[in-house]
Design a protein around this ligand. Structure first.
Ligand code: 5AD
Ligand code: SF4
Length: 441
C-alpha cells in the first residue's frame, strides 16, 4: 500500500478540499499517514491569498526534502498550483506534479502517474461532471463539525484579491445535494455543519430543486431555512459578502434556533474612497446599516470581520475612518491583514504605495481598537451560561476540553465528566485574550 501524506494551508475551503482528496485516495487504496517521514507521496494543498503563503510553501518543501527518509514525490495542490501551473517546476525542482483547484477529483490518477515513473505534469482542468462531493467519516477534520461547500469560486473581483483567479467563477451546488449531505452528516453524528464558500450569500443554484416549499427573499435564505428543516443541531455559514447580505438572513436566524447567531461579514475598510478603489460594491453607510440590523436582533448575533490596512492610496484620513468604523461596529473579533500585492490583480498595477513601516503602524493601532471591543464582547459573557460543543481535548491541558458557543466564541472548560461531541452548558467564569473559560453546570 503506497503511503500519502497530505498537508493543508489556508482557508476552510482548502480544509474541505483536503477532506475530499483524502477520501478519494483512501477509496482508491492509498494509505493516508500523519507525517512525511515514510511517505511515498507528499501533497501540499496551498493558499495564495497573501505573498507569505507562497514563501511558506517553498520553505516547507525544503524541510520535507531534508527530513524524509527518502525524498518523496511532491505534488502541489490548491490555489498556488492553479495560478502557477507548470512554472512551479522551474521554481522548485523538487516538485513532481501540480493539481489545480478544480482537478482534485483526479488526484488518484495523478498520484498513480508519478508513482509509475511518469514525467512531471500539471492538471489544471475543470471538474469532471460526476465529481463526488462526499467525505468519508475517517477523513473529516472533526468527528463533530462538518464542512459543506455550497458555492465555489468568486465573481466579485475585488481589486486586491487573487481568489477569482485561483478558484474561478462562482458556481453553486444544488440545494438538493447540500440537503442530502447535511442529512447524511446528521445520521453520522455530526452536530454542527458549516455551509462554506467565498461568498455564501451570493448562492444562486441553477434550479430550485430542493428549495421547493421554503420561502425567503434570496436563494440563500431559502437554503438556510431548508437546511434548518433537516433538524441538524447547529448550522453556521461563512463567509458572507456585504453587498449581497439581505436582512432576511437575520429573519431566518430568528425563526430557527439551529441557525447559529454568528455572521462573518468582511468590511475591508472604513473609507468609502478605499472601498471604491477596492471595488467592493458597498459603501460604509450601507455596511453599517446592515450591522445595525444584525446587532438589533434578539438572537444576540455575534459579528466578525476582515480588514485590510495599507491598501494603495490609503491616506491617514482614510485609515482614521477605518478606526472610527471599528469603534462603531464593536466587532466580536476581527482579522486584520497588511495589504499584500498579488500579481495579476488590478491593485498590483496601482503599486504598493504604503511603506512597510506605515502598514505595521496602522496594523498595530487598529489591532488595539479591535482588541478592546473583543474584550468587551468576551466580558459581556461573564457569569452567563452557554451551550458549548465539546470538540476536542485542549492542546494545553489534557484535563480540559475546548469547543465553540453557537456565536462561535472559543470556550475552554474542565471536562472530567463530559464526552467528546456532547453539547454541554458551560458557565463562563473567566475571559482570556481570545477565548472564554468556564465550568460545566
Ligand atoms: N492582501 C491582504 N489581505 C488580503 N485578503 C485578501 N486578499 C488580500 C491581499 N491581497 C484578506 C481579505 C479577505 C481575507 C480572506 O484575506 O481581508 O477577506
Ligand atoms: Fe476575494 Fe472579494 Fe471574492 Fe472575497 S469577495 S474572495 S475578497 S474577490
Amino acid at each position: 500500500m503506497k503511503k500519502v501524506y497530505l498537508e493543508t494551508f489556508g482557508c476552510q475551503m482548502n480544509v474541505s478540499d483536503s477532506e475530499r482528496i483524502a477520501t478519494q485516495l483512501e477509496i482508491d487504496g492509498f494509505q493516508i499517514i500523519p507525517n512525511e517521514n515514510s511517505a511515498d507521496v507528499v501533497l501540499l494543498n496551498t493558499c495564495s491569498i497573501r505573498e507569505k503563503a507562497e514563501h511558506k510553501l517553498y520553505t516547507r518543501i525544503g524541510q520535507i526534502c531534508n527530513t524524509a527518509d527518502k525524498k518523496p514525490f511532491i505534488g502541489v495542490l490548491g490555489c498556488v498550483a492553479q495560478l502557477e501551473g507548470e512554472t512551479l517546476f522551474k521554481g522548485n525542482p523538487a516538485i513532481d506534479f501540480v493539481v489545480g483547484t478544480k482537478a482534485v477529483g483526479r488526484i488518484s490518477e495523478a498520484v498513480e502517474r508519478v508513482l509509475d515513473g511518469g514525467k512531471k505534469f500539471a492538471d489544471l482542468r475543470d471538474r469532471d461532471a460526476d465529481y463526488n462531493w462526499t467525505v468519508s467519516t475517517s477523513q473529516r477534520h472533526s468527528p463533530f463539525v462538518g464542512f459543506v461547500p455550497i458555492i465555489e469560486g468568486c465573481n466579485k473581483f475585488c481589486t486586491y484579491c487573487i481568489v477569482p483567479f485561483s478558484r474561478g467563477r462562482e458556481k453553486s451546488l444544488t440545494a438538493a445535494e447540500i440537503i442530502r449531505q447535511v442529512q447524511v452528516l446528521k445520521i453520522q453524528g455530526i452536530r454542527e455543519v458549516h455551509l462554506i464558500g467565498q461568498n455564501v450569500n451570493s448562492y444562486r443554484p441553477m434550479s430550485e430543486e430542493g428549495l421547493e416549499g421554503f420561502y425567503g427573499a434570496t436563494p440563500f435564505s431559502r437554503l438556510l431555512r431548508a437546511v434548518a428543516a433537516t433538524g441538524i443541531e447547529r448550522i453556521k455559514f461563512n463567509t458572507s459578502f456585504p453587498r449581497d447580505f439581505h436582512t432576511d438572513i437575520i429573519k431566518a436566524i430568528e425563526e430557527n434556533e439551529n441557525l447559529c447567531n454568528w455572521v462573518h461579514l468582511p468590511v475591508q475598510s472604513g473609507s468609502n474612497d478605499v472601498l471604491k478603489i477596492m471595488r467592493r460594491g458597498h459603501s460604509i453607510e450601507s455596511y453599517m446599516e446592515k450591522v445595525d440590523k444584525i446587532k438589533s436582533s434578539d438572537r444576540k448575533i455575534s459579528l466578525t470581520t476582515d480588514i485590510i490596512v495599507g491598501f494603495p492610496t490609503e491616506t491617514e484620513e482614510n485609515f482614521a475612518e477605518t478606526l472610527e468604523m471599528a469603534q462603531y461596529c464593536h466587532f466580536d473579533s476581527a482579522f486584520v491583514f497588511k495589504y499584500s500585492p498579488r500579481f495579476g490583480t488590478p491593485a498590483f498595477e496601482m503599486h504598493d504605495t504604503i511603506s512597510k513601516q506605515i502598514k505595521t503602524e496602522r496594523f498595530l493601532v487598529l489591532e488595539k481598537v479591535l482588541r478592546k471591543s473583543q474584550q468587551i464582547a468576551l466580558q459581556d459573557q461573564l457569569n452567563k451560561t452557554f451551550k458549548v460543543l465539546a470538540e476536542r481535548i485542549s492542546s494545553k491541558n489534557n484535563r480540559e476540553m475546548t469547543g465553540h458557543t453557537t456565536c462561535h466564541k472559543i470556550v475552554n472548560f474542565k471536562g472530567a465528566d463530559v464526552l467528546l461531541g456532547d453539547i454541554v452548558n458551560v458557565k463562563i467564569t473567566e475571559c482570556k485574550k481570545n477565548s472564554l473559560y468556564g465550568e460545566v453546570c
